[in-house]
Design a protein around this ligand. Structure first.
Ligand code: 5AD
Length: 351
């Protein structure tokens, strides 16, 4: 039988690993993921500077702290000059990519964003990743034409019934179809990224196995997974309704490592971040453990500190008070201590 690192996993095997509890067996899984990571994407860890452009959002996602219904959030939207300053800072820190993320904010107009993208490309040459929620196809096209390279949109779960339970449309809003949007982003010419939360109340092990198969089917370039973290000001934070134990995916650090390793095995060439949510549930070495079990990307925050605490999608987010510079220095140290190195250039799937 071919080794775990060489074989294409089927659904039953994926499920077996998700249920696996033996530390020795899990070490085999992690070692296989680490060796595939090394063989396919190398020892470089690419850093993407994350800019949280706006925390306005028209959606009502039941897990998310910046959902439209959370009136306790003080809303902000950065100016174009502020976004540009963050991009320059990312460039000064040696990052190859800037990620512009926001709530699904209609106040971010298509023409405004296209101009921001054009200026970042002209002034810094950085790769630009957008993560702005579900937007109209003509807007997505105009941003691609302006030079945006990649688009991130997590589908959160492939279980349609669960998806609808946690994403009830606001009055007058169309139902979401993030999987259809990912397919059209690919057609438009973006590198595409997606991912899921691990341990959403109501998420079954079977549906998580399906999520992994869908990562493969969608041919994703980037795949981010992190633990669900309950936010008290959201419906899922106050009234979670999980499945019975045994069926429910736990939102634990241990489960996230299994999923990261499995993602590497099902999508060997993908860029996989060791996420901030993971670093939040294990501040000591969550990032490092993610990087040693399949991940090859970190997304340090370059948002001005005064805005960061307002972008509270879940509570206790790691790095909220660190300046971009301090964060960069500490990351480089951690990465070289692992025998890895910070990657130069955009670090895309094709570059
Ligand atoms: N816990 C963990 N991750 C969350 N996200 C949003 N809310 C939470 C939460 N409460 C994740 C979603 C979203 C990404 C930007 O952050 O997966 O796509």
């Amino acid at each position: 039988m071919r080794s775990l690192a060489e074989r294409s996993l089927d659904r039953d095997e994926i499920l077996g690993w998700l249920r696996e509890e033996s530390p020795e067996r899990l070490d085999e899984l992690f070692a296989a993921a680490d060796s595939v990571r090394k063989a396919r994407v190398g020892d470089e860890v690419h850093l993407r500077g994350l800019v949280e452009v706006s925390n306005y959002c028209r959606r009502q996602c039941a897990y998310c702290g910046i959902r439209a219904g959370n009136s306790a959030v003080a809303r902000y939207r950065m100016t174009a000059e502020e976004v540009l300053a963050c991009a320059r800072e990312a460039q000064d820190l040696g990052y190859g990519t800037v990620v512009l993320q926001a709530g699904e904010d209609p106040g971010i107009e298509a023409g405004w964003m296209a101009e921001v993208v054009r200026r970042i490309k002209a002034e810094t040459g950085l790769a630009v990743t957008l993560s702005l929620g579900e937007r109209d196809e003509d807007e997505l096209r105009s941003w691609r034409e302006a030079g945006a390279d990649r688009y991130l949109l997590r589908f959160e779960t492939s279980d349609r019934a669960l998806f609808e339970r946690i994403h009830s449309p606001a009055p007058g809003q169309v139902r979401s179809d993030r999987i259809a949007q990912l397919r059209s982003l690919r057609q438009i010419g973006y590198e595409i990224g997606s991912g899921v939360m691990v341990g959403i109340p109501g998420q079954s092990l079977g549906s998580l196995a399906n999520d992994l198969l869908l990562f493969r089917e969608l041919d994703l370039d980037m795949i981010g997974v992190g633990p669900f973290i309950a936010h008290p000001a959201t419906p899922l934070g106050s009234n979670p309704l999980p499945l019975p134990p045994g069926a429910q995916v736990p939102s634990t650090e241990a489960m996230v490592y299994k999923v990261i390793a499995l993602v590497r095995l099902v999508r060997p060439d993908a860029n996989i971040p060791s996420t901030t949510a993971l670093a939040t549930v294990n501040r000591t070495n969550g990032r490092e453990l993610g990087l040693s079990r399949g991940a090859n990307i970190v997304m340090p925050n370059v948002t001005p500190v005064r805005y960061r605490e307002k972008y509270e999608i879940y509570p206790g987010k790691a790095c909220v008070n660190e300046t971009a510079k301090a964060c960069a220095v500490s990351l480089e140290g951690r990465i070289s201590a692992m025998g890895r190195r910070v990657g130069a250039g955009p670090g895309g799937r094709y570059s």
